[in-house]
Design a protein around this ligand. Structure first.
Ligand code: GTP
Ligand code: MG
Length: 370
């Protein structure tokens, strides 16, 4: 159940922790300021101070769903698809991502690319696609287990000379569980022993059947290493994203997921966020996982300072009080006070969840001595 520490209760009652500790001693309980008090103990102490217990003293409802904007259908506009590259070790995921980036990210801006933020957008025929450069299965699994669904389309990379391997199957299972469409990239076509027919044959076992064989899975043959097949893959990704009719409301308060985060010596907590709905602005009040803050600076995937980020855009932000975890969700509040309240409550909840339950003062302890 929800609890407060002696110190937290003191703060809420505008008292010193020592005064609470004295009351507890008077009631026969030795306590420290970090000790947890259950609801009944809180009520009893409040009573001692002649304070009516309002429900607000107890932790607020901290569920983001309660505070998220209801999407007004009229405001929904198309947004870029978010694509995750998956597949067995060494089948060419990183090479493919690099090839896409190098063919599509403008070279003229090379001076501006000061840092790489682990996620990026490319433009193809005037339409954008967002790629997550954290294709490890672990990241995908951890995000999914936290209820964060960030991927719209999965690209399954299978090396033509190696075929379906254990992690290929794992990737298929992840993508199927997430119910996202799968495009198969048959890679390393340039290699001796490349056998795309065998790959297709093996994948039929997992209901990934090419159109030529009467199925509806898109297969693209490629040699990422030589930048061959990249344009066809991008074309297919556009096609699938159009069919998915991906929409978001850019006018809503921003909501999304942490892709990665770390503590930077100079800048403090730095987080790469994927905006999934709404638009994120510099100086927005934001609650992120079990921390919060105000967006101080925002940098896009080319390392340039930006003032806002629309749906499906990855950005790196500073201004948080603490380092969130990959897979944490974030939400912007238009009311800074509310943001602080929810942020602090989520922080407390997190601290309590991770703290051992051994030293909780219960109302039974209080009455034991009487
Ligand atoms: P992990 O991150 O370890 O899971 O591997 P990965 O899937 O990211 O594979 P990566 O891109 O690192 O490629 C593995 C090796 O395959 C590298 O030596 C690449 O140069 C090579 N490779 C990737 N694509 C191709 C290709 O199209 N043709 C050939 N011949 N080699 C390739
Ligand atoms: Mg790799």
């Amino acid at each position: 159940s929800e609890t407060l520490t002696v110190e937290e209760l003191a703060a809420k009652l505008n008292k010193e922790a020592s005064e609470i500790i004295k009351k507890l001693m008077f009631l026969g309980v030795m306590a420290t300021k970090n000790q947890d008090l259950d609801d009944d103990a809180v009520e009893l102490i409040c009573d001692e101070f002649g304070v009516e217990v309002e429900k607000e003293i107890i932790l607020e409802d901290t569920d983001f769903d309660k505070y998220r904007d209801q999407d007004d259908k009229a405001e929904l506009v198309e947004r870029p698809a978010v694509v995750t590259i998956m597949g067995h070790v060494d089948h060419g995921k990183t090479t493919l991502l690099d090839a896409i980036r190098h063919t599509k990210v403008t070279e003229g801006e090379a001076g501006g690319i000061t840092q790489h933020i682990g996620a990026y957008q490319v433009e193809n025929d005037g339409r954008k696609l967002t790629f997550l450069d954290t294709p490890g299965h672990a990241a995908f699994t951890s995000m999914r287990s936290r209820g964060a669904q960030v991927t719209d389309i999965a690209v399954l990379v299978v090396a033509a000379d190696d075929g379906v391997m254990p992690q290929t199957v794992e990737a298929i299972n992840h993508a199927k569980a997430a119910e996202v469409p799968i495009i198969v990239a048959v890679n390393k076509m340039d290699k001796e022993g490349a056998n795309p027919d065998r790959v297709m044959q093996e994948l039929t076992e997992y209901e990934l059947i090419p159109e030529d064989w009467g199925g509806n899975t898109i297969f693209v043959n490629m040699a990422a290493f030589k930048h061959e097949g990249i344009d066809s893959l991008l074309e297919m990704l556009q096609l699938v994203s159009e069919m998915e009719e991906l929409k978001a409301n850019p006018k809503a308060n921003a909501f999304g997921t942490v892709i990665e985060a770390e503590l930077d010596k100079g800048r403090g907590p730095v987080a790469t966020l994927l905006v999934q709905n709404g638009t994120l602005h510099v100086s927005d009040s934001v609650v992120v996982g079990s921390t919060f803050g105000r967006v101080r600076t925002m940098v896009n995937d080319e390392g340039k300072r930006v003032q806002s980020a629309e749906p499906s855009t990855p950005v790196e932000i500073t201004g948080l009080n603490d380092v969130p975890q990959a897979g944490d969700q974030f939400l912007v509040f238009s009311d800074e006070k509310k943001s602080r309240q929810v942020g602090e409550a989520r922080q407390q909840k997190h601290i309590q969840e991770t703290r051992s339950e051994t030293t909780k003062v219960s109302v039974d302890d209080l009455f034991e001595q009487i």
